[in-house]
Design a protein around this ligand. Structure first.
Ligand code: MN
Ligand code: MN
Length: 467
């Protein structure tokens, strides 16, 4: 009997797929390396609440790492480390490899915009002696989640004279924060009957910004006036300057360890900075790669990638074209020979809501970085669907380098769906596959990821860049 049992065990190990928790494949020392890596990640998150701030934080790190700004016409050679900023909201990074650029680049693409509440262009108003900002939400959110939490305000205001004023308020311990109110349960009888999607409506996401009127009995809109006076003193702005502003309200929470075992991280904006940071770190630590390595940290993914800072625009293509020309090839040849990891998160299986996933084909927290062959909705609509050949190549690469990975798609068939930038890059004739960290409560003000999975994303991107 005992022998037979062992035979089954052996055969199982040989023939069946293992879906073990990563902890069983790592030593304590290796787990400590994952935890350590995430200390840097939490710092990055606390300083990078918007795409603009993520670009600034990344730039600082790149400059320290010896990367130089790339300007058109600049000569390039093997080993050069360069970057290009697109309008302060997207970032391109490259390390010139030893192989001819005609052999293609290793491209890693993550996004640094996250769902949030944008201020409208005429946001400031007063209602019954309370001052508010009107908002227009950005990206896919469950609106009710954005009430009764502390919000901070980030962005830029372009004044009438063209001067740009930076705003970042609500993050410092001594800063005030802002908040969207909600009804008390005692008086919410009617609201509670609304379907969840309408529990809070778009026009109810109004941010409280003050309540003390300007001292003058005669003045109308005295609270609004009082707030405008403060803003004028602090930022030198007048009301019309909001028209040329990009102000984003985001959760004022800090990134923190979650759980007694500190295995998880809670933060705003894991989607997709939990892939952007590992991609950035992999670029920073990438030494003398064979192929030229390009990392793009893009904007506008959450609204469909349109616009000149999103990946439906030509800015990535132009960059590759510039590199190709500078290195004696042409863009079309380079793109056609290139490979890309579309580094974006996937939904982690949530044991409290198991019904939306199909358990054999979804990602789990702590089972490693997730490879997603295709995304899309319904009949794979809107996906680039990586080929079996390219999926096989990535799989071999990960296994050869002991990267702990799993595979999963976004939810059950016909449950919903979603996409990433993979399709737009694949459309440039680049072999592309999605790979990223599983996230719990995706698009909520406070999302959750595993430290081990986050580190495995870093390891995966690193070995891809080095190959
Ligand atoms: Mn994403
Ligand atoms: Mn997203």
């Amino acid at each position: 009997m005992a022998e037979k049992k062992n035979a089954a065990k052996e055969l199982k190990e040989k023939l069946l797929m293992q879906r073990k928790n990563a902890i069983f494949r790592l030593t304590d020392k290796e787990v400590a390396v994952c935890d350590d890596f995430c200390e840097g990640y939490k710092d990055f998150m606390n300083n990078s609440k918007t795409e603009r701030e993520a670009v600034e934080t990344s730039l600082e790190m790149l400059k320290k790492g010896g990367f130089k700004e790339y300007k058109a016409g600049m000569k390039l050679k093997t080993g050069d480390k360069i970057y290009r900023v697109n309008r302060g909201k997207a970032l391109l990074i490259a390390i010139i490899g030893k192989a001819p650029i005609a052999e293609g680049v290793r491209l890693c693409a993550a996004h640094i915009d996250s769902p949030r509440l944008d201020l409208k262009q005429n946001p400031l108003y007063e209602n019954e002696e309370v001052a508010y900002f009107k908002t227009h939400y950005y990206g896919g959110i469950k609106k009710y989640q954005w009430t009764t939490i502390p919000l901070s305000l980030h962005g830029v205001i372009l004044k009438a004279d063209g001067e740009s004023v930076k705003v970042n308020i609500g993050e410092d311990e001594n800063d005030p924060v802002f908040c969207v109110s909600d009804l008390l349960p005692h008086l919410a009888n009617e609201q509670m009957k609304r379907p969840l999607a309408q529990a809070i409506k778009g026009e109810e996401l109004n941010i409280i910004i003050g309540s003390r009127p300007f001292r003058d009995d005669e003045a109308s809109n005295a609270v609004k006036l009082g707030i405008m006076q403060i803003l004028n003193e602090k930022y030198g702005i007048i009301e019309a300057d909001f028209i040329s502003a990009e102000l984003e309200a985001v959760p004022a929470f800090k990134a923190k360890d979650i759980g007694f075992d500190r295995s998880l991280i809670g933060s705003y904006g894991h989607d997709d900075r939990v892939c952007a940071y590992p991609a950035l770190m992999a670029s920073l630590n990438c030494k003398a790669p064979k192929h030229t390595v390009v990392t793009v940290l893009t904007d506008k993914e959450e609204t469909g990638s349109d616009g000149n800072t999103g990946l439906c625009s030509s800015y990535l293509e132009y960059f590759i074209y510039d590199l190709a020309e500078a290195l004696g090839s042409d863009g079309r040849t380079v793109l056609s020979a290139s490979e890309c990891l579309s580094a974006d998160v996937n939904a982690a299986f949530d044991p409290t809501f198991p019904e939306v996933n199909e358990r054999n084909n979804c990602a789990y927290v702590n089972k490693g970085v997730c490879i997603t062959k295709y995304t899309g909705a319904r009949g794979k609509s809107g996906t680039s669907d990586a080929s079996a050949e390219f999926t096989g190549r990535i799989r071999r690469l990960m296994d050869a380098n002991n990267v702990i990975w799993q595979t999963g798609e976004l939810g059950k068939v016909d449950e919903g769906g979603g996409g990433t930038v993979a399709a737009y890059i694949a459309n440039l004739n680049v072999d592309t596959i999605d790979m990223g960290v599983p996230v719990l409560s995706m698009h909520a003000p406070y999302e959750i990821v595993s430290k081990i999975d986050t580190y495995m994303a870093y390891k995966a991107f690193s070995v891809f860049m080095a190959d």
